[in-house]
Write a protein that binds this ligand. Structure first.
Ligand code: C2O
Ligand code: CU
Ligand code: CU
Length: 404
């Protein structure tokens, strides 16, 4: 879907599955109430629901996506392929000879060719599919001419897999992450995309064949799962290949293109570092210990509690800025996601980070912490925050926020 700031989007979700579902617009800054981006809606099998979303006039341009959000079924439905991209157009276009949207997903098929069911240990670790796909294809071939500048918009739709992306042999610049467009693009060799997050890259094509690869990333492990190495959630005996997995192959050949026009400067990214902080909170992410006995006393939790849609965990005063310290008391990374109101990463493991725009997914490293600031502007209402390892979310690592 392509949208512009200030537009109203009306759509009907018709559920032809044999199980409940619903729809979430990941990253969009829209109301969470009523028939807006309301994660508490249930659309029963065979029924439909009419959503309506009003994008504010100043909605940040960028790459977003949509996917089902019915608690308990999110991982299964995304693993089966239910998702799509949303672009909010730039007010001033970035000159590029081509724009590509790359939705990177993973899935596994059983012997009958159906989407495989995840095992209990796979759900606890966060399942990683045996197939890595770009727009539903295995290693598609892309073509460009030397000198062309392409804009690649990449979404990590995987349920649990982190994507450490490289495109060796090509010149890469990072234009932004999530909805946060940088003031000017910066040269990069590698981009780490936690589940749910997006990167916008400019690729200046150099002659030859280059492979977009997802390299192994160690996101930690669950006690009792030692020995699985970095291929978390993968079948036993499938160690991660250090060369990574080919996602797509870019062939650059033909007549050289004339150089692309300069990239216009983006708006100055919002800076909450000097904002007045109305409240400071700590959110502790925890996983059950002792895999052998299944779920521990607290299961997958935030501040010691598993998800309950009837309980409000965090009440926030509308219009204020808050600082949240996300504490990870587990031996694996958790990508923390907040709906509606984007976050600015302030510090990682206590070390301040340079302001780099707004994110809606922030990685909280294993046994580490991340500090974010959030401006609760424009909208009030109830919504959720959760781990975007969607198996963890389905197992209860999610909380309810109410802005009022
Ligand atoms: Cu991408 Cu609450 O979701
Ligand atoms: Cu979301
Ligand atoms: Cu998690």
């Amino acid at each position: 879907m392509r949208l512009r700031a200030g537009e109203v989007l009306r759509l009907r979700l018709l559920n032809k599955l044999a199980e409940p579902s619903n729809l979430h617009l990941h990253g969009l800054h829209v109301s969470p109430e009523g028939n807006g981006d309301n994660p508490f809606v249930t659309v029963e099998p065979g029924s439909s629901f009419d959503y309506e979303y009003q994008l504010p006039a100043g909605h940040p341009p960028g790459l977003y996506w949509y996917h089902p959000h019915h608690h308990g079924m999110v991982a299964d439905q995304i693993f089966a392929g239910l998702f799509g991209a949303i672009v909010v157009e730039d007010p001033e276009p970035v000159p590029a000879s081509a724009e590509r949207i790359l939705m990177v997903s993973d899935t596994s098929l059983d012997a009958g060719g159906n989407v495989a069911e995840a095992t209990e240990p796979e759900r606890m670790a966060g399942r990683e599919g045996a197939l890595l796909l770009v727009n539903g294809q295995a290693n598609p071939r892309l073509a460009a001419r030397p000198g062309e500048r392409e804009r690649w918009r990449i979404v990590n739709c995987c349920v649990a897999r982190y994507l450490r992306l490289r495109l060796d042999g090509q010149e890469l610049q990072l234009l932004g992450m999530d909805s946060g467009r940088f003031k000017s693009p910066s040269d990069v060799h590698e981009v780490l995309l936690a589940p749910g997050s997006r990167a916008e890259l400019l690729v200046t094509a150099a002659a030859g064949e280059s492979v977009l690869r997802a390299l192994p990333y160690n996101r930690g492990n669950m006690p009792g799962m030692a020995g699985r190495g970095m291929g978390l959630g993968q079948p036993e005996g499938a160690p991660a290949d250090p060369a990574g997995t080919a996602l797509a192959t870019l062939l650059v050949a033909g007549d050289p293109a004339s150089p692309a026009a300069a990239v216009p400067a983006g708006p100055a990214p919002p800076e909450l570092g000097s904002a007045v902080v109305a409240a400071r909170r700590q959110l502790v992410l925890a996983t059950p210990m002792g895999m052998g006995g299944g779920m521990g006393p607290m299961g997958f939790s935030i501040n010691g509690r598993t998800f309950d849609e009837n309980r409000t965990d965090t009440a926030v005063a509308a219009g204020t800025v808050e600082e949240w310290t996300l504490v990870n008391r587990s031996p694996m990374d958790h990508p923390f996601h907040l709906h509606v109101w984007p976050m600015q990463l302030i510090a990682e493991n206590g070390r301040p980070v340079e302001p780099a725009g707004l994110r809606d997914v922030v990685n909280v490293p294993a046994n580490g912490r991340a500090t974010v600031r959030i401006a609760f502007r424009d909208f009030s209402g109830r919504s959720v925050y959760h781990c975007h390892i969607l198996d963890h979310e389905d197992l209860g690592m999610m909380g309810v926020i109410e802005v009022r």
